[in-house]
Design a protein around this ligand. Sequence first.
Ligand SMILES: Cc1cc2nc3c(=O)[nH]c(=O)nc-3n(C[C@H](O)[C@H](O)[C@H](O)COP(=O)(O)O)c2cc1C
Ligand code: SF4
Length: 400
Amino acid sequence: MEIFESCEVGKVRLKNRIIRSATHDGLADEDGGPGEKLISKYAFMAKNEVGCIIAGYAIVSEEGSSSYPRCLTFYNDSAREKYIKLTEAVHAHGTPIIAQLAHCGRQTSSKTIGMKKIAPSAKRHLFYPDKARAMTEEEIIRVEDAFADSIAKAKEYGFDGAQIHLAHGYLLHDFISPNGNRRKDGYGKDIDGRLRIIKEILAKAREKVGDFPIWVKLSATDKRRRGMRIPYAIEVCKRLKEYGVDAIEVSCGSVQDGMNTMRSKRLPMDAVFKYREPVASMPKALNKFCLACAKLINPLIPQPKPLTMFNYPAAMAIKENIDIDLILVGGIAERGDMQKALDGGIKAVSMCRPFICEPNFAKKLKEGKSDKSLCVMCNYCGLVIEKGETRCLLGKIKKN
Ligand SMILES: Cc1cc2nc3c(=O)[nH]c(=O)nc-3n(C[C@H](O)[C@H](O)[C@H](O)COP(=O)(O)O)c2cc1C
Ligand code: SF4
């Protein structure tokens, strides 16, 4: 398979096999719709040969809101015209665009959402320590309806498909995983119970949107005790196919794993102390002192490995067991790795940080001007989103 050939993935016709994976851009307007700057950013990537764009995650219901500022939302109908403007701007360059839909579950703070946060089971989160409350069955049904309604809106707004976020520790990842889901009722207990919410979302959505493309992003592995592992992920994927999912983007990790979803050699300490609470708001002298200490121990903190193509083994294991279109994400930044994934039978590769670093990366690849992204995977961009617009900070703050 060639990188730059038009192809069909999960019932969507792509311009080529390079996808910009969902990236929270921090550029939504007050009403949760895409602001002008976000629209221009996506149009620029589309013009510069990206094969498909998955928009940054959009929240399906208010109690699932993100603690990152200016996150997209889908529950506010007043944003309709802005979403239509976004899809038209991307389509003007012959590029498809997918809406990613999410509920943050316990990966937010009760303070942000103005009520006690909810999750499959009452659990704390390492980085958002106020404890979540276990959802009632009525609340589960409401969340299912919110996802199904949002998928219908994605179709109405002109998106080419919707991607349900089952990864990175958000609500639906928690439901699927034995780590997050300790329920003893019909929405827990065993794998079918844990996946029941997904099955019901798919059934409700299909009634509304027919064969509109529905993708998922799955953390096939994580580092949680009793969490996601490859053999279990294979069983999950078999069921996702049965429920009518059209494509699976294979990712990994939960926010609680630290920098596992997007890996880097070292934790970006300067950025942690600049952007992450509570340390960012410490008195200046204390912040400086703690940062100096943190930098001393930073080289001793083990980081997940490998740093490149880190979801390839999981994706290949899924591929060997299930016939479904797969998209591979995670540490892909070189032409050779992209080709290796495609030669292995992966339908398309998706990238996040390379497009934060160089929004015209796909064009450079296509024209032979580059074989490798300039992104050094320092992960400063993964911290700046705590306070504002997502951007590449390469060279702008000191290295560890
Ligand atoms: C700044 C930033 C924002 C992200 N936002 C999202 C998001 O909205 N939805 C999502 O599924 N993943 C999100 N991710 C994860 C990426 O889509 C991707 O899975 C991960 O970064 C690994 O890919 P990469 O090595 O190409 O960066 C984000 C990552 C970064 C660095
Ligand atoms: S800040 Fe820039 S170089 Fe560093 S990981 Fe993000 S995009 Fe890559």
